[in-house]
Design a protein around this ligand. Structure first.
Ligand SMILES: NC(=O)c1ccc[n+]([C@@H]2O[C@H](COP(=O)([O-])OP(=O)(O)OC[C@H]3O[C@@H](n4cnc5c(N)ncnc54)[C@H](OP(=O)(O)O)[C@@H]3O)[C@@H](O)[C@H]2O)c1
Length: 174
């Protein structure tokens, strides 16, 4: 099962100058709970934007066209650099989360099964976007409001139309 996971401003912004435009600890907690002990797939720019890397207790997969980037990490089994094809093959048949950024979401949205969105109720200036049209092949199956969060948001669970996966048990515990 391949899932996208993202936080998105009201105007579709997800990033600003290769960083998150906000600090939202309540969303980071949800991200950690969902992704812990899973494979996480990201673009090279998102990897470089992480304040601390790799993200611990997760298999970090980084997509790049630069074949030599992984050379410094050959001895770390939790870090793997690969091509888009390599990442798609690895994701097949495995529980994994695609964690961004914009370029990578756009390329995985066709093959993913579910999407977790923290939909912020505020707009932000930005340079990276997750366009609403990407959600056309999906339907929203569940949502949970966090009105008292640092920035109020709603956690949404989307599923590919005409498929039936159960809403994950963990969703209700978040
Ligand atoms: N709000 C959220 O939930 C969230 C989550 C994650 C990231 N973000 C934000 O999103 C922004 C980064 O997004 P981005 O779109 O600029 O970059 P990105 O998607 O993180 O990474 C783009 C890079 O991925 C590699 N790549 C992309 N397509 C590829 C392909 N088909 N084959 C091989 N490599 C490929 C390339 O790396 P090379 O140049 O090395 O070849 C490309 O430069 C940041 O602002 C970040 O903070 C937000």
């Amino acid at each position: 099962m391949i899932s996208l996971i993202l936080a998105r401003a009201q105007n579709g912004v997800i990033g600003l100058d290769n960083r998150l435009p906000w600090h939202l600890p309540e969303d980071l907690r949800i991200f950690k709970t969902l992704t812990l002990n899973k494979t996480i797939i990201m673009g090279r720019k998102t990897w470089e934007s992480l304040p601390k890397r790799p993200l611990p207790q997760r298999h970090n997969v980084i997509i790049t066209r630069q074949g030599n980037l992984g050379n410094d990490y050959n001895n770390n089994e939790n870090i793997q650099f690969c091509t888009m094809d390599g990442a798609s093959q690895m994701a097949n048949g495995r529980d994994c989360f695609v964690i961004g950024g914009a370029e990578i979401y756009r390329q995985f949205v066709n093959i993913c099964h579910t999407i977790y969105i923290s939909q912020l109720q505020q707009s932000f200036d930005g340079t990276a976007f997750f366009d609403e049209t990407l959600l056309a092949p999906f339907s929203k199956r569940a949502e949970k409001p966090f009105p008292n969060a640092t920035i109020p948001f709603t956690l949404q669970f989307w599923q590919k139309k005409y498929t039936k996966t159960r809403i994950p048990e963990i969703f209700n515990q978040l």
